[in-house]
Each structure stands twice: as structure tokens, then as C-alpha cells.
Design a protein around this ligand. Structure first.
Ligand code: SF4
Length: 188
């Protein structure tokens, strides 16, 4: 690269020559960045959605290309979030297409150190059997003479990817089972 070209690429020279004294405009752009295009340029359609991670409910634009989700960004039309997403919401593309997403039930035995794949029917039977047994073991008809009809044998602790509808159903199910310890992360 010639000396003249190197001087012309020097950031201070560009800030002065391109009248970008704060260095936040044209002087901060490289030839490579000028040729970049947004990841959303090739999308066939944009689907409006809501971030599933918490009860704030930030609006999302889901970009689709050839029937595949290619990018998820904040929706500027949302009165809740006005185009913004927190780091979790910004990474929600990983929830849909990320290579770390599991598509099979994994089970780790008590004292086990490795995860074992299980078929769904077997896993559901195991969960049902253990829920019934733990519920019965922790059942309390009365406490200090007061009728309680509850169990302390099971509890529910929901994660960040449960949405409001799922949490509603989980609350219904666990309350019907007699559980009193029911909590989730998805709330303000
Ligand atoms: S997880 Fe973040 S982006 Fe998603 S709804 Fe909550 S605050 Fe909004």
C-alpha cells in the first residue's frame, strides 16, 4: 500500500478530510463495512411475533427465507419495546435453529455422570410414576388441626423460555395436584 493511500486511510486524516470530527460517521467506516448488507436483506417475508423469554413481551420481527427462519430482530412497531431486545431476546434465533438445541429426551440417572437418550413414551411414564409417588409421599391432609389437603412432595420451577400460556397451564396442573410451591422466571 502506497504512502498516500495509507495517509488517506489514517483515521485522523479521514476525520478531518471527511468533516467527521467526532469519528462516529463516515470516518469510522471501512471499505469492507461499506460493502456489507444486512442479514435480513434476502428475507421473503417478515412475521410479527413476541419474545418467548419473559413476561415483558417484547415485539419481534421474524425474518423468513425459503420457509426457514433466518433472523429475529426487535419490532420497531411494538409499543412495549419499540424495536429493542435484551441479550436473551436478541439471541432467540438460537432457540429455533441453534445447533445446541436438543431434539431428544436426555436422562441422567441418580449419581450418573453421563446423559442417556430416552424415547418420549418411556420418559413420560417415568415422570408420571415419580410424580404420583412423590405426591403421595409428601401429602398433608391437615397441619396443626387445620385442613390443608396439599403435598410438599412436588414443586414446579419454570424456566425463562416458558411463555405466559404455558405457565398458566403449569399452574393449573400443579395446583390440581395439590402442590403449593409453584414458581417461574417469566414474570416482571
Ligand atoms: S427476554 Fe428480553 S427481549 Fe425477551 S421479552 Fe424479556 S426483556 Fe424482552
Amino acid at each position: 500500500m502506497g504512502l498516500t493511500r495509507r495517509i488517506r486511510d489514517w483515521p485522523v486524516y479521514r476525520q478531518l478530510a471527511e468533516k467527521d470530527l467526532t469519528g462516529r460517521g463516515a470516518a469510522a467506516k471501512s471499505r469492507i463495512s461499506l460493502e456489507l448488507t444486512p442479514r435480513t436483506t434476502g428475507a421473503d417475508k417478515v412475521v410479527k411475533s413476541v419474545c418467548p423469554y419473559c413476561a415483558v413481551g417484547c415485539g419481534q420481527n421474524v425474518y423468513v427465507e425459503n420457509d426457514k427462519v433466518t433472523q429475529i430482530e426487535g419490532d420497531p412497531d411494538s409499543p412495549v419495546s419499540r424495536g429493542r431486545l435484551c441479550p436473551k431476546g436478541s439471541a432467540s434465533l438460537q432457540l429455533t435453529t441453534g445447533s445446541a438445541r436438543q431434539h431428544q429426551v436426555l436422562y441422567r440417572r441418580p449419581y450418573g455422570t453421563e446423559w442417556e437418550p430416552l424415547d418420549l413414551d418411556t420418559a413420560m411414564d417415568m415422570i408420571a410414576e415419580r410424580t404420583i409417588a412423590a405426591r403421595a409421599k409428601g401429602w398433608q391432609w391437615e397441619v396443626d388441626g387445620a385442613r390443608t389437603r396439599r403435598t410438599l412432595g412436588i414443586a414446579s420451577l419454570g424456566g425463562a423460555t416458558l411463555d405466559n400460556e404455558e405457565n398458566y397451564l403449569i399452574k393449573k396442573l400443579f395446583t390440581a395436584l395439590g402442590a403449593v410451591q409453584i414458581e417461574n422466571q417469566a414474570r416482571i
